[in-house]
Design a protein around this ligand. Structure first.
Ligand SMILES: Nc1ncnc2c1ncn2[C@@H]1O[C@H](COP(=O)(O)OP(=O)(O)OP(=O)(O)O)[C@@H](O)[C@H]1O
Ligand SMILES: [Mg+2]
Length: 463
């Protein structure tokens, strides 16, 4: 271990030096504040003993900067008799302790020993804390199961470089959360992450959403607008539900990714782009490729690293942790001090199938927090699908009814309302038309995306 001893009086330095040496430190001496700062800036220390009154820079100034360089540095201050005020200031600035000249050697020895002991303890606690949080969360993603540990490790490996990442997993497994975490932990974090949900945008608008357009390039293009690729430059472009991307656009995306440049709709010049690409899909893209609905070359391009999020029913051991996490988060937000779940309620959470995965669990829990009459969540507070035991997909997803819930964030609500509207529109148009092509034309979407939406909303065979 290394200690810095800064005092302008040579004989004091001498006494302190031999004392601190005896405690097992290697010593660097400084005869004034400037020398002390030089040393602190160029070497690592475990302990600094600083005199308050020194030429060049006083002990408080040195202390202040030392703490900035290394907040874990243990600093002990030496003051002259009658300068209590300054000693107190030093403590406020983060010094561990101080002693007053003339001092008793033994007092100084004890003070330094105690300071170092305290440092050892705080270091140890910090280590343990880091270890625990490393295991259970990765940037707000909770999960201690082995599969989630593997996911975290994979994420850690890809955050620092720009390899394309494809995130797969059922609805509600946390794909968007993973995309956000990769962006937020990487070097592009200070630039935006731009998301485009390829399934939610009519095919006719997708191209301009992605690449932007020039003024007058099509009816309604009253002014020029940059697309998501451009907006994401310097940051990350997150293409969600990429499996829903029409084939014609897949080719254009491939070109953009390969050539690192795009052309706006109606534009005449290429624009270079620099965006990290993250994609997600709840379909099996390999299957889509086999069925010729997804371009193989694009698939290979975006699937350099695949992160597969397992459904919640395959990682039941994460459920208690997720419950703790969401209870903490939502009970505080909803102003209801909930302390946990009854044994029976917990069992139901563990047994249920969770077709809607973590999103469904979070919703069920929020509802339960609102319903709870006491400090604990009971079976009676749970949604009926959970109690009935039969995981009914329809009822499980509250996207089916337009029940606005002011406790949820707006984007999520809006997405749901849009889903409800889409489903209703499709049902109506299907009734009025004969055949999918006609219905798709009427809706102004492709036949394929009609098919996909019907799949998503469980409307197959209901025409
Ligand atoms: N491991 C997790 N820890 C904490 N929260 C999670 C976790 N997984 C999902 N969530 C939460 O569940 C909700 C759904 O997550 P997200 O939107 O990322 O899912 P998704 O896979 O993109 O779903 P979809 O395919 O329906 O778009 C979000 O509120 C998210 O914060
Ligand atoms: Mg999503």
């Amino acid at each position: 271990m290394k200690a810095l001893i800064a005092d302008d009086e040579e004989n004091i330095r001498f006494v302190l030096k031999s004392l601190v040496q005896d405690l097992g430190f290697q010593i660097v001496e400084a005869a004034d504040g400037a020398q002390a700062l030089d040393a602190l800036r160029s070497q690592h220390f475990d302990l600094a003993v600083l005199d308050i009154k020194m030429p060049e820079a006083d002990g408080i100034t040195v202390l202040h900067e030392a703490r900035e360089i290394d907040p874990t540095l243990v600093v002990v201050i030496v003051t002259a008799f009658g300068t209590d005020e300054q000693a107190m200031e030093a403590i406020r600035e983060g010094a561990y302790d101080y002693f007053v000249k003339p001092f008793e050697i033994e007092d100084v020895r004890i003070t330094i020993r105690r300071a170092m002991e305290k440092k050892r303890l705080t270091d140890r606690i910090r280590d343990l804390e880091a270890q625990v949080s490393r295991q259970r969360t990765f940037h707000e993603i909770v999960g201690s199961s082995q599969v989630m540990q593997d996911v975290f490790e994979m994420m850690q490996r890809v955050v620092d470089n720009d390899v394309p990442v494809l995130i797969a997993g059922e609805s509600g497994t946390g794909k968007e959360l993973v995309a956000r975490a990769i962006h937020a932990r990487g070097p592009r974090r200070d630039n935006p992450m731009v998301r485009l949900n390829c399934a939610a945008i009519p095919e006719s608008l997708l191209e301009s959403e992605l690449f932007g357009h020039e003024r007058g390039s099509f009816t309604g293009a009253v002014s020029a607008r940059p697309g998501k690729f451009e907006l994401a430059s310097g940051g990350t472009l997150f293409l969600d539900e990429i499996g829903d991307m029409p084939l014609a656009l897949q080719a254009k995306i491939l070109r953009a990714v390969q050539e690192r440049e795009i052309q706006r709709v109606g534009g005449r010049f290429p624009i270079s782009i620099d965006a990290r690409l993250i994609t997600a899909s709840n379909r099996d893209l390999a299957e889509e490729v086999a069925a010729k609905r997804f371009r193989e070359d694009l698939y290979f391009r975006i699937n350099v690293i695949a992160i597969e999020l397992p459904p919640l029913r395959k990682r039941v051991s994460d459920i208690p942790l997720l419950l703790d996490f969401f209870i903490d988060q939502h009970s505080r937000r909803l102003g209801k001090p909930i302390r946990g779940l009854s044994r029976e309620a917990l069992d139901l959470f563990l047994q249920y199938e969770w077709p809607g995965n973590v999103r469904e669990l979070e919703n069920a829990l929020q509802r339960a927090i609102v319903m709870a009459r006491g400090p604990r969540i009971e079976i009676a507070d749970l949604p009926s699908v959970m109690i009935g035991g039969e995981p009914a997909r329809d009822e499980a997803s509250s996207a089916r009814t337009l029940d606005l819930d002011p406790s949820l964030p707006m984007p999520e609500q809006v997405e749901r309302v849009v889903e409800v509207a889409e489903r209703r529109l499709i049902a109506e148009v299907l009734e009025q038309t004969t055949g999918r092509q006609e219905a798709a034309d009427r809706l102004g979407i492709s036949r394929k995306s009609l098919h996909n939406k019907m799949l998503k909303y469980g409307m197959m065979g209901k025409e």
